[in-house]
Each structure stands twice: as C-alpha cells, then as structure tokens.
Design a protein around this ligand. Sequence first.
Ligand SMILES: [Zn+2]
Length: 250
Amino acid sequence: MAGIIKTLTIKREGKHFYAVFTCEIGKPEPLPTSYEDVGIDLGVTHFAALSNGEFIDHHRSFRKAEKKLAKAQQALSRKKRGSHRRKKAVQRVANCHRKIANQRKDFQHKASRKLINRYQVMVFEDLKTANLTKRPKPKQDQETGAYLPNGASAKAGLNKSILDAGWSTFTEMVSVKAAWAGRMVIFVDPSKTSQICPNCGTMRKKTLDERWHSCACGCELDRDTASAKVILDLGHKQLAVGTRPTSATA
Ligand SMILES: [Zn+2]
C-alpha cells in the first residue's frame, strides 16, 4: 500500500470481511516514452491477442476454479429449496465466485502492468458498444447472484459470462495505470474489427468458429491477431496522424 489513507470501509462478502482502504498517492510517475504501440483483442480462446502476434493466455488456475464452480453449481441445483443443505451449497457457490474474482483481479493487475511497461499506445475495442452477438449478455441467477452459462460459453468451453465481467475491469485497470505512467489508451468501434482484412481492408464476415483469417490478398493470420491489427489501425486513425512519433509493431 502506498500513500496517505483517506477512507476505510469494511466490506462483507458472505463469511468474509474485507478492509478497503482508499489512499491518496503522490505524483504520477511517467515512464520513458516507448515507440511501440499495440492493438489488443480481448477474447475467449486467449485472454488477449496482440497486434504483434503475441498472446496473453488465461491464468491456468482459472480453468481449474471454473470446473469447481460448475460442480458446486450442479450440486446446488440438486438441493431442496429452503433446506439447510441448500444454504450450504449456496455458500460454496459464492466461495467459488469469490476465489475466481480474486484470481482474476490478481492476474489482470499483472497483465495490465506488463502492457503499460512496454507500450506507449494501447488500443482496445469499446465494449460498451460491442455488438451482442459477439458478446452475449450474461444471465444472473436470482438466488446466488451467480452468472449462468449462456450459449456462447458452452461453445467456447469457458464460462464466457465470467470473462465478460472481467473485460471492462481490465480495460479500466489499464486506463488508470496508463494515466499514471503517461501512456495512452484508445477505444475504437468494435463493430467490424473481426471482418476487415488488416492487410488489404477487404470486408468479409466470419462465422464464430472460424478461427483463421485467410484473405485473397495472401494475408494468413490467427483470427484474433487479425482483429488486433485492425484495432491498432483504427486507433492510429483516431489519433491525429503525425502529431507524435510512432513505430507500430503491427
Ligand atoms: Zn486481404
């Protein structure tokens, strides 16, 4: 913890209590200018695909925790309403969610730090305007507050609704860290990023399970890498061209 403590809140989640401190930290600490920019496609197969062809993968323990959650949810569905056992089962589901949330937060802090340290400009899709076929809305269970699996999650083998909840937190983390470090975050319109060829600009719709970008122009790329490149291009277009030196890695 750094800085002067301003407020202290005690938060309760089930049986667990948390002390939440808000601190005022000194001055921003700008990092030296980097000449590398990056487009970032957040997804299911990989946590993120970068425009330079690199991937950030999901935390390994994430899948394990998810299996546990699925089991706990299944056990809960078999318990009688109003019973003591059901209460316990609800608790177990809540515990799983808490653990996953903590793991995710830790992973995202580390991943966002790495991006900030390396890149000057980071371009994401603006998820607020993301189309719903690409990212279906998670359904929430009335009783446990748990996210129920939806169609897309079954397909991807990962609980997509959990990931959905994580993406906006992640871009927020990157934005906050960027502000402190003197880096830049840009959000672009996501509506066609998976359809445009990053090499020649041709548009072609891909089906959801089409994992490879293959264009008549000869461009052959992982689908998400191709999207990340388009995202970077859109970001650069959004920046006033020529106002700063840039050497993109795309
Ligand atoms: Zn092409």
